[in-house]
Design a protein around this ligand. Structure first.
Ligand SMILES: [Zn+2]
Length: 610
């Protein structure tokens, strides 16, 4: 284990703004209030929305406002329960609370479900008249977006039944996955002792300079995962089939269709984007060849992919990560800096690595009147700075969108990654300024290219894997071999001849939470990264003039469609050339790395000792 400052020991969030503890009586009281308000809402509005002439606009407005208040209270409960659980997934009191809240919220949701269904049942001409009414202007986008679900919505008893069964159906399989993965201890010999590592910790070893350590970590990771092949395959198989069943019941024409509706994007834009991404796989392969030269290897193995190059980067304490991120945000805009600073000052971050804590990183933004929370695992790698920048980008977005009302607060996934990826770019450029040594710069540049590849290309691979898996599942139940084969096929077209894939890597699909909890999420990362590459270039061209436009985009939250919100920033993601511009930016980074690598090689100092 590394020393204490490396792993952010003691940096835990304070959830006191939500509730005092898992047995706080206010939890039960809030639940009771929510239930009573939901029942009162049903008494007042049931049967008055779906009427032949439709409701009066004022009545619909009053209902929407009451609904927002109720949803905000429900979010407080749901967020608290899930954050507490994420902080220690092994603690039974937390698990119990989460399950109890989940069930109760589902029941409350069922009481108010009629409202959405009555709104969807209105004929188009009645609904359109209400959507255009001036008094409902603040909810125009929400009302219109809801209507897009009209062809995919079932009757009230059917919807209620599905909601209740989900807790012991797909959500239960998701919990099984999370609890299994969190419980794994990967045992690895290091410095003469056997260490038991969490998934985060063993994944972080792929960034170590010691090639043998990287190789052993890689082999241990996949060997251990393969021991759980029965459960991991069964869980994935069940969730894919569940998704296909729901698609059939809801008349979604293909597996990604539901995600496209939720993302407020049309399929053509996504298909075009993914095709352009695949056509640019050669940029990544070109980079892998540069990297092999830098590492003095004939060819990369998969576990060399994230090996450090250039100068060995220093370890990064939590405090340094914080200072770097804040300095970069401050330089961009005092608003961004001061908003991010609150997360540290008020303990809205859980950064400590500890057993049982949920792996990875996320930012939870419950509602406009509650601040977001960030969970991440600070392993002491300089790479953690980018993760922190990413999650705080989300955090700033959540804070700035706080001026919206509840129904206009959340952004669809397509633009949900804008502020996070933008935050990463700010911190990356700041690091290049602070670190003037060409060796360190080369290392940072390679890190940035690898991040861009992981976001743009790897997420395209993940999406292609999901598409292929879903197509294959129509033919019957998965075996582990089937899923492993589909995974390797999707990866081979990306890595090409530039990287050798190990045999164990066929299990690479098995620990990825998105496949379990949010299927077809991954293309949103591609979308977000390419969008930000273009926005960031605009920032560099326009300078300060860009900042207010960008902040306004964040403040707008989810109050309109991504297309409409991005129009003031001159973004048109229906234009094929728009996507290619993002890839041209990545190619420029690779070319810069090639130049730096040439200089380094001629100085004979390209490689750190290994
Ligand atoms: Zn994110």
């Amino acid at each position: 284990m590394s020393d204490q400052s490396d792993t952010a020991v003691g940096i835990r969030w304070d959830l006191g703004d939500l509730f005092a503890s898992y047995d706080d009586p206010a939890i039960e009281a809030t639940l009771c209030t929510c239930r009573a308000r939901a029942e009162a809402f049903a008494t007042t509005y049931r049967g008055t929305i779906h009427t032949s002439a439709g409701p009066a606009p004022e009545r619909l407005l009053a209902a929407l406002r009451e609904l927002e208040d109720l949803q905000a209270s429900m979010e407080r409960l749901g967020t608290y329960a899930s954050l507490l659980y994420a902080s220690d997934t092994t603690r039974s009191a937390y698990r119990d609370l989460r399950e109890r809240i989940e069930l109760a919220l589902t029941q409350i949701g069922n009481i108010i479900l009629f409202f959405e269904l009555e709104w969807l049942a209105l004929p188009d001409e009645v609904a359109d008249r209400l959507i255009e009414h001036h008094s409902l202007g603040g909810y125009r986008h929400f009302l219109r977006q809801e209507r897009r679900m009209r062809p995919h919505t079932l009757s009230e008893p059917e919807e209620q039944l599905l909601n209740e069964r989900d807790n012991t159906g797909p959500r239960a399989f998701g919990r099984l996955f999370t609890e299994l993965i969190s419980s794994l201890a990967f045992s690895l010999e290091r410095d003469g002792a056997t260490q038991n590592l969490t998934l985060s910790e063993i994944l972080a070893l792929s960034h170590e300079a010691d090639r043998d350590l990287r190789r052993r970590a890689h082999e241990t990771l996949f060997a251990d995962l393969s021991r759980h092949e029965l459960v991991l395959t069964f869980v994935y198989d069940t969730l894919v089939q569940d998704h296909l069943t729901i698609d059939r019941l809801r008349s979604f024409p293909y597996p990604m269709a539901a995600r496209h509706v939720a993302n407020e994007i049309d399929a053509e834009a996504v298909d075009r984007m993914l095709a352009v991404a695949e056509a640019n796989y050669s940029i990544a392969q070109r980079y892998f060849q540069v990297k092999a030269r830098l590492l003095d290897l004939p060819k990369l193995e998969l576990y060399d992919q994230y090996a450090p190059v250039g100068q060995e980067l220093p370890r990064c304490t939590y405090e340094r990560a914080r200072d770097l991120v804040l300095a970069a945000f401050d330089a961009f805009s005092p608003v961004a800096g001061s908003t991010a600073r609150q997360f540290f000052d008020h303990r809205w971050i859980d950064a400590e690595v500890r057993p049982g804590k949920q792996d990875g990183a996320f930012c939870a933004s419950p509602s406009p009147n509650l601040h977001p929370y960030v969970l991440y695992n600070h392993t002491g790698n300089l790479r953690d700075v980018m993760t922190l920048a990413h999650e705080l980008g989300h955090g700033i977005h959540g804070c700035l969108a706080g001026r919206q009302t509840m129904l206009n607060y959340d952004t669809p996934l397509t633009t949900a990654e804008t502020a996070s990826v933008f935050g990463e770019f700010l911190v990356f450029d700041h690091l290049l300024q602070v670190e003037t040594d060409p060796g360190v710069q080369l290392a940072l540049l390679c890190g940035k290219i690898e991040d861009a590849c992981a976001t743009v290309f790897r997420q395209t691979v993940l999406t292609r894997f999901e598409q292929a898996a879903f197509a294959r599942r129509q033919g019957g139940r998965f075996t582990p071999e089937t899923v492993c084969r589909i995974w390797l096929e999707a990866n081979r077209s990306y890595y090409g001849d530039a990287v050798d894939l190990s045999d164990g890597y066929r299990w690479g699909w098995s620990y990825i939470p998105h496949f379990i909890h949010s299927r077809f999420y991954c293309y949103s990362y591609v979308f977000g990264e390419l969008l930000v590459l273009s926005l960031y270039r605009r920032y560099k061209e326009e300078g300060r003039g860009f900042v207010p436009k960008y902040l306004r985009l964040l403040e707008a939250g989810g109050s309109d469609s991504p297309e409409a919100l991005l129009r003031p920033l001159d973004v048109d993601f229906r234009d094929p050339a728009f996507w290619q511009k993002g890839f041209d930016e990545i190619r420029a980074l690779v070319e810069r790395a090639e130049e730096l690598a040439g200089t380094q090689a001629s100085q004979g100092s390209a490689r750190p000792g290994r």
